[in-house]
Write a protein that binds this ligand. Structure first.
Ligand SMILES: CC(=O)[C@@H](O)[C@H](O)COP(=O)(O)O
Ligand SMILES: NCC(=O)COP(=O)(O)O
Length: 242
């Protein structure tokens, strides 16, 4: 069974837009697990515009499923991960000004750096994963770094699927097959959604984990809004009788 790890970055983004502590990130982390999520993912960025380093520490005691911390292994990030010892660290080559993740690692060009980072995390009993594009050479390159897993960057698949092009899955299936042969675990994420997740999971052999944030939070708003409007209407109806 593929594990669902919920990326709660967007909850912090909403909180930060107003100051204060609503919505509460730690409460949300507890709730997603209570409702069945098998992991909590965060992706702190250097500018801390959504999830903050403090959030990462605050979440640690309440995550009893898998805690997955994603990010570019700059020193501040690496020090935090080594101190927190989450279940998994996912290395993502983010540019400092990127709105969101927009590319996987070049595992060949950055082999030496990745070998060093992976070894350091593994020495500290932290499972490792490397964010990669669906390119067979990059999967072979990932294997050479010593990482436990890869995370397939699914933006291209999601885009093609939204256009009705199901063939966009092909490079992902091929990469997952190769990863399985090489003994690399397979995770995936970025722009996965209620719309595309079933098709994706059915076509990726050995898919261990998906991390989903943006669409899942948007879908929670769409699917929850009717209930909340009704609750407000109920309170106003009682109020107007007085
Ligand atoms: C690696 C990846 O695809 C996710 O971590 C994604 O980038 C979420 O981060 P944002 O919430 O900053 O978009
Ligand atoms: N690793 C991918 C992730 O955590 C969530 O990406 P998205 O669903 O916010 O695009």
């Amino acid at each position: 069974m593929t594990k669902l790890s919920v990326n709660i970055n967007k909850i912090a983004t909403l909180r930060n837009s107003r100051g204060g502590d609503t919505p509460n990130v730690v409460q949300f982390g507890k709730d997603v697990q209570r409702f069945g999520a098998e992991g909590v993912t965060i992706h702190p960025r250097p500018d801390e515009r959504h999830i903050t380093y403090k959030d990462a520490y605050d979440l640690k005691p309440i995550v009893y499923t898998e805690y997955n911390i994603e990010g570019n292994p700059i020193k501040k990030f690496t020090d935090m991960v080594l101190e927190l010892k989450p279940t998994q660290v996912t290395l993502v080559p983010d540019a400092i000004d990127a709105i969101t993740s927009n590319a996987g690692w070049d595992t060949i060009k950055h082999k030496d750096f990745l070998v060093e980072m992976i070894a350091e995390f593994k020495r500290n009993d932290i499972r490792t994963s490397i964010f990669v594009d669906p390119d067979l050479k990059q999967i072979e390159g990932a294997k050479a770094t010593g990482t436990d897993r890869i995370e397939l960057y699914t933006e291209a698949f999601a885009h093609q699927y939204s256009l009705g092009n199901k063939a966009g899955i092909k490079p992902y299936t091929a990469c997952a097959e190769l990863a399985n042969q090489l003994g690399l675990g397979v995770n995936a994420g970025h722009d996965l959604s209620l719309d595309n997740i079933k098709f994706f999971a059915e076509n990726i052999p050995g898919l261990l984990e998906v991390s989903i944030g943006h669409a899942l939070i948007a879908e929670s708003l769409y699917l929850g809004i009717e209930n909340v409007i009704n609750m407000y209407k109920g309170k106003l109806a009682v109020g107007s009788r007085q």
